[in-house]
Design a binder for this molecule. Structure first.
Ligand SMILES: Nc1ncnc2c1ncn2[C@@H]1O[C@H](COP(=O)(O)OP(=O)(O)OP(=O)(O)O)[C@@H](O)[C@H]1O
Length: 788
């Protein structure tokens, strides 16, 4: 990469060199000697764009670079290279490339909106998932099309790896100061554009962590046997130390082990597998530059589109800190199959929902062959992925990964284990999984009658671990996040709308995620709460993908917002600072409860999860909570109530809000019924036209008086009544609601603190401090008075 005439060498850990020259007036650190005169024009470059080269494992991962002058300018270290010699793309080039690729993606997205297919019924995960931006990450330079020792480099190195790893570890430990110095050298590096298209606040915050980067002591990361490059990329993310799951799993993965990782929600599982994958890619293609690329390095399977996009964003954010980065490709739909095939041909890290990935792979043998050489298969949220509709596709994909390349010859042993490592992550696993896996090979059939657990067990066997996988459970005692408080509010089955609103009104200014068990509930609650003046967004699987992402973006952007969602949002979504999770419907399963609640109290934060329960739901809910917390202290002595606090809401307060909720509900129902009626009417008209008969709505919908018998008759009647509300009647209802909302409501504290549906919490707190507020005030000392 650098002309042989430039033979000066500078170690990547060049900080000591900088120190040596700290008294130098102009500050040239690594002089170019006599050849400097012959140098062409030199320019300042970003340290991240320098092309460090490994001098081999035997030197403990030492890296060198040629043709670079390091100069100290005041307190800053800078890098100078000859203009025409800077072969690595600089950051602006990289940005341009990203920009161009982003433009393509945007064009695709525009097209997506037009091509968006109907997504089918049900809110099951993503069988046949087919819509997403499918955006690709940054492309690496200088890898594609290079010839070389692909096979040798790509060979499974599990055996030798551990020794190498130990050697590297020693070398790195002894060089830890140098590694820190390396980071110091990177301070002046201009930050690359933060992740484009990243819709998650958390990652934006990560991008804003430049200050933290300056201060970070990377000692704890250095212990994990990571290269200087990845260390500097992590430093740029601002993560001072690994989380527990990262600390435990990264060394195992780097040592070539298969890993099943279990850790609470929000504990950093993405980077637990993301870091070793990127490290492997760097090792394969970055350190050995003339190695030919052999298809993707890793395939990551995700159960939902949103999670797939988030995983991509997270890994791309890590890659942003690298001079050259793997091409991260998201495959969840929205693009043409042909385009996805093209993207996959150059993809290094593929992050996909199984439905769409299989759609692209199915029948494309050349693509499938390239996938047989992957180094990592990651199954994120494995229990969910294997449970629901994507079982078949996941199985097909794994089958394709195990297929033999016909060109590879047939002398391969049929029982040979795959060259890839398998990494499986979730916050929830069947606690007997480990022992079940020990009996690998004669598992239950994956027939249609088998239970979720059996399917999971079967697929875990299909994964073909190379050896007994390392089962790493960083917190076997509790599956719930440490900073989470759990509560339960008992209310009548028909009063949930009212109590939901009451809770929201009593806890204003909180970013709130409301979970329901059905799409229709999301469709109903969203306008209902919007009518009440709240800032509400919907999320469910029948929304077009762009609208789904937009809802998440807006929710993440506004502290005051409320997202009403189905369980499509329960898994993996990492939205910063969700204060409270409200379960409008009781979750059907314990793991759903864990994952829903895990959208708050992520990382070091605190949060609240509250279930609205009808009287008959209380017992099963307590049972469910008991199940979730059963292993907390290994004893059953703790009362179930201990885990989920019963929260009392003054019923008088709820009653004072009832009239406005009823009005908002009537308006929302009328609008929905009109929309539904319109589409049903249209459908019947078309059908009548096709049949060549006259359309008479009365006759078709059987709406003649007395025709409301049978199941659903009452609902239909209500719908019809709502549909028939005239414009004037709707206007009157709206006016009534406006008036209601402008009234002050006594919350048991003082009427003057609530207007327009919102509590003036500032005024309340001020009064409370002065001791002039009496009575009940929920939400004053932490959420629901839970003293977080
Ligand atoms: N070492 C670290 N230090 C601080 N924050 C981190 C670290 N690693 C990851 N994070 C941040 O923690 C948050 C949660 O990470 P992530 O989404 O990977 O959690 P998770 O364990 O996969 O959660 P879930 O089970 O809900 O999917 C993210 O915002 C991420 O940027």
């Amino acid at each position: 990469m650098v002309p042989p005439s430039k033979k000066r060498k500078l170690q990547s850990v060049a900080a000591p060199a900088a120190k040596r020259n700290k008294n130098s007036a102009k500050g040239a650190v690594a002089k170019s000697g006599s050849k400097s005169k012959a140098n062409p024009a030199r320019k300042l470059v970003d340290v991240a764009s320098l092309g460090w080269q490994s001098v081999g494992e035997e030197f403990g991962g030492l890296e060198v670079i040629e043709g670079v002058d390091v100069v100290r300018n005041g307190g800053t270290v800078q890098f100078l290279v000859a203009e025409k010699q800077q072969q690595q793309p600089d950051s602006s080039d990289k940005k341009q490339r990203q920009g161009a690729s982003k433009q393509d993606d945007r064009a695709d997205e525009t097209q997506d909106a037009v091509d968006e297919p109907f997504e089918g019924l049900g809110d099951g995960p993503v069988e046949g998932e087919d819509v997403d931006s499918g955006e690709a990450g940054d492309s690496k330079g200088g890898v594609e099309g290079q010839s070389g020792k692909t096979k040798a480099a790509g060979k499974d190195r599990a055996g030798g790896e551990k020794k190498d790893a130990d050697k590297k570890q020693k070398a790195r430990n002894s060089n830890s100061k140098l590694a820190t110095a390396d980071k110091e050298l990177q301070k002046p590096a201009s930050r690359k554009q933060q992740q484009q298209g990243n819709s998650f606040d958390a990652l934006v915050a990560v991008g804003d962590a430049a200050a933290a980067e300056e201060e970070a002591d990377m000692g704890a990361w250095v212990e994990l046997n990571l290269s200087t490059r990845i260390l500097s990329a992590i430093a740029k993310l601002g993560f001072a130390k690994p989380t527990l799951i990262q600390e435990k799993t990264i060394p195992e993965i780097l040592a070539g082990e298969d890993v099943i990782g279990k850790a609470q929600t929000g504990s950093g599982k993405t980077l637990a597998f993301g870091i070793p994958i990127v490290e492997k890619w760097l090792e394969l293609y970055e350190e050995k530059r003339n190695v030919k690329r052999e298809g993707p390095t890793a395939v990551v399977l995700s159960p939902t589109r949103e999670l797939a996009k988030q995983l991509s964003d997270h890994i791309k954010a890590l890659c942003d800190g690298l001079p050259t980065a793997p091409y991260v490709c998201t495959v969840t739909g929205g693009l043409s199959i042909q385009k996805q095939q093209r993207q996959l041909e150059k993809a290094d890290i593929v992050i996909a929902t199984p439905g769409r990935l299989w759609e692209v792979l199915d029948g494309d043998m050349s693509l499938q062959n390239s996938f047989t050489k992957i180094k990592f298969l990651v199954v994120d949220e494995a229990d969910r992925l294997f449970k629901a509709g994507q079982f078949k596709e996941a199985e097909d994909i794994i089958g394709a990964l195990d297929r033999k390349d016909p060109e590879a010859g047939d002398d391969d042993d049929d029982d040979e284990l795959p060259p890839r490592q398998t990494l499986v992550f979730s916050a929830t696993f069947d606690k007997n999984l480990q022992s079940k896996l020990a009996g690998r090979g004669k598992g239950p059939k994956a027939g249609s009658g088998s239970s979720d657990e059996e399917k999971m067990e079967y697929l875990m066997k299909c994964l073909k671990f190379r050896s007994e996988p390392k089962f790493i459970d960083v917190n076997p005692v509790s599956q719930m996040a440490t900073g989470l408080k759990e509560g339960l509010i008992e209310c009548g089955a028909m009063e949930k709308d009212l109590y939901l609103y009451t809770v929201l009104v009593l806890n204003p200014g909180k970013r709130t995620l409301v979970f329901t068990n059905s799409i229709s509930a999301v469709r109903r609650l969203t306008p209902l709460l919007q009518n009440l003046g709240l800032s509400v967004l919907p999320l469910h699987s029948q929304m077009i993908q762009k609208a789904r992402l937009r809802s998440i973006e807006r929710f993440a952007a506004s502290k005051n917002s409320i997202l009403v969602a189905t369980d499509v949002a329960a898994r993996g979504l990492d939205i910063k600072e969700v204060d409270q999770v409200l379960h409008y419907h009781v979750p059907r399963q314990a793991d759903t409860y864990i994952h829903r609640s895990g959208r708050t109290a992520r990382g070091d934060r605190t949060g609240v999860s509250v279930i609205l329960c009808s009287p008959e739901e209380v017992l099963p809910t307590r049972r469910l909570a008991g199940k979730v917390h059963a292993e907390r202290d290994g004893s059953t002595s703790l009362k179930r109530e201990h885990f989920i606090e019963t929260l009392s809401i003054d019923r008088k307060i709820a009653q004072r809000l009832k009239s406005r909720v009823d009005l908002a509900k009537r308006i929302a129902d009328a609008v929905l019924a009109k929309e539904k009626g319109h589409s049903e009417d249209q459908w019947l008209r078309n059908a009548a036209e096709e049949l060549g008969v006259d359309y008479d709505s009365e006759e078709f919908d059987g709406s003649a008086p007395g025709n409301w018998g049978g199941r659903g008759g009452g609902r239909k009647k209500k719908e019809k009544e709502a549909r028939q509300l005239s414009k004037a009647e709707m206007g009157a209802l709206r006016a009534q609601l406006r008036e209601e909302l402008s009234k002050r409501v006594n919350l048991g504290v003082s009427e003057k603190y609530i207007t327009g549906g919102r509590v003036d919490i500032g005024a309340l707190l001020r009064e409370k401090e002065k001791g002039t507020v009496g009575g009940l005030f929920l939400g004053g000392d932490g959420l629901f008075g839970m003293n977080l």
